[in-house]
Design a protein around this ligand. Structure first.
Ligand SMILES: Cc1ncc(COP(=O)(O)O)c(C=O)c1O
Length: 377
């Protein structure tokens, strides 16, 4: 079946008790059991919930994965995936992940004996040199946030597997509509469903999708054991969101390309980061690995003052953290999403004080372009 058919139908069976076409919000903490040990597969709502289960089937199918688990946030999903390694293990972390992922490694997991090194996962030679005898995982985000560096997921997976390490890919920026990491060899996919999967900026959530049965059992155990589950209401919202993922992503992509081209030609903009531009260093790889480029665009204004001017002058684009909603959001990575990344690392990666990131929404593109033009001018 095609992507949209799966998005609309996977997990969305009519409700068994009423026939409701839309999966109900099962707002319950527990379930009545007929007799000791006799129940309908649902015992306690941290462990199982029908609304969450429907969403788990749905996103797993979209990622072409056998198993899926919904979490309370993208960060709790990433944290669960990282629990597939143990103290004493080494993880290679892409050097330009979301700031919160870096913070999780740098300020939390490092206290529990998980070693990590940052590496540019877009450079396979550099990645090869980063492996240690105890490397058990490579964590990749592609395209990266906010400078849109693309890593070759097939090459990274082949390299890691040859050394006995698993690959986890954060697929938040493209969603399974434009990129399916498991098909490219990755072992685990993580998401902040807060972004494109939900798509309406009204829910915080996360997801882990994977194929390996033993690892899936472990993730399910962690989901229940730690309890950072997605609520029934949020599960309902994300399930509703994924039904329109294909049409939304097409619209984000269309507008994203036009905004990137507009910025690339604007005399006041020094540099544009968008894998869909022919000038992007990994444009060919992005064309091969992704089926679209999406709606995330970053651009260099040249100084903090210029960035401030743009961010404060926009009228339609809203200044705010997050991305992937129907509305255009504009942000300043250095002081917002990537504030927890050390200044020196930010400088090396190109996350300058003049860098502005826009999550291009699905409004009429003329209105977005007009807003950006007046703000930049
Ligand atoms: C790429 C990426 N991964 C993970 C996260 C964390 O997700 P959440 O905010 O849902 O915990 C974010 C949040 O911005 C993100 O952009």
């Amino acid at each position: 079946m095609g992507f949209s058919t799966i998005a609309i139908h996977a997990g969305n069976e009519p409700d068994p008790s009423t026939g409701a076409v839309s999966v109900p919000i099962y707002q319950t903490s527990t379930y009545a059991q007929e007799a000791l040990g006799k129940h309908k597969g649902f015992e306690y709502a941290r462990t199982q919930n029908p609304t969450r289960l429907a969403l788990e089937k749905n996103i797993a199918a979209l990622e072409n994965a056998r198993f899926g688990f919904a979490f309370a946030s993208g960060m709790s999903a990433i944290d669960a995936a990282l629990k597939l390694v143990k103290g004493g293990d080494h993880v290679i972390l892409g050097d330009n992940t979301y700031g919160g992922t870096f913070r999780l490694f740098n300020q939390i997991l490092s206290d529990y004996g998980i070693e990590f090194d940052l590496d540019d996962t877009s450079d396979v030679t550099s990645l090869e040199g980063a492996f240690k005898p105890n490397t058990k995982m490579v964590f990749v985000e592609t395209p990266t946030n906010p400078v849109m560096t693309v890593s070759d997921l097939r090459a990274v997976s082949d390299l890691a597997h040859a050394r006995g390490a698993k690959v986890v890919c954060d697929n938040t920026f493209l969603s399974p509509y434009f990129q399916r990491p498991i098909d490219l060899g990755c072992d685990v996919v993580v998401h902040s469903t807060t972004k494109y999967l939900n798509g309406h900026s009204d829910s915080v959530g996360g997801f882990v999708a994977l194929n390996d049965e033993a690892d899936a059992e472990r993730i399910g155990f962690i989901q229940n054991g730690i309890g950072a589950i997605l609520s029934p209401f949020d599960s309902f919202l994300v399930l509703r969101g994924t039904k329109t993922l294909a049409v939304r992503m097409e619209a984000h992509d269309r507008n994203g390309r036009l905004v990137a081209n507009f910025l690339a030609e604007h005399p006041k903009i020094q540099k544009v980061y968008y894998p869909g531009l022919a000038s992007h260093p990994q444009h060919e790889l992005a064309k091969r690995q992704q089926s679209g480029f999406g709606g995330m665009v970053s651009f260099e204004t040249g100084s903090l003052q210029n960035a401030k001017t743009v961010l404060e002058a926009v009228k339609l684009c809203m200044l705010g953290e997050s991305l992937g909603g129907v509305e255009s959001l504009i942000s300043h990575p250095a002081s917002m999403t990537h504030a927890s990344v050390p200044t020196e690392t930010r400088g090396r990666l190109g996350i300058t004080d003049g860098l502005v990131r826009i999550s291009v929404g699905i409004e009429d593109v003329e209105d977005i372009l007009e807003d950006l033009d007046q703000a930049i001018s």
